[in-house]
Design a protein around this ligand. Structure first.
Ligand code: FES
Length: 107
């Protein structure tokens, strides 16, 4: 069962087991991770589920899809390296140990 670490802006870390959660967003929301409102419930319509993938994991997680990248750019005015919408990161065994940083503010 993949374990995912959510890191808050103050450096506090929460390690969570993904269980049956389909996406990284679902893992965080199910455990009430702070600063991750995910208002649209994963419909790619809110940009309030953003995370920064830890540098060591960026290649494994991959780049945002076109619509996701556009949404990030609309929210931030840029596309920071490693920034993803966590509802678009599918959980898999390959992501066991993944670390994501929750930004101070969402889009
Ligand atoms: S939860 Fe709304 S875009 Fe991810």
């Amino acid at each position: 069962m993949p374990r995912i670490t959510f890191i808050q802006p103050d450096g506090s870390r929460t390690v969570l087991e993904a269980g049956e959660d389909p996406t990284v967003m679902h893992v965080g929301v199910r455990h009430n991770v702070a600063r991750l409102p995910a208002d649209c419930g994963g419909q790619l319509a809110c940009a309030s589920c953003m995370v920064d993938v830890a540098p060591a994991w960026i290649e494994c997680v991959g780049e945002p899809g076109p619509d996701e990248g556009d949404m990030i750019e609309d929210a931030l005015g840029s596309r920071p390296v490693g920034r993803r919408l966590s509802c678009q990161i599918q959980v898999s065994e390959a992501l066991d140990g993944l670390e994501v940083l929750v930004p101070e503010r969402q889009g």
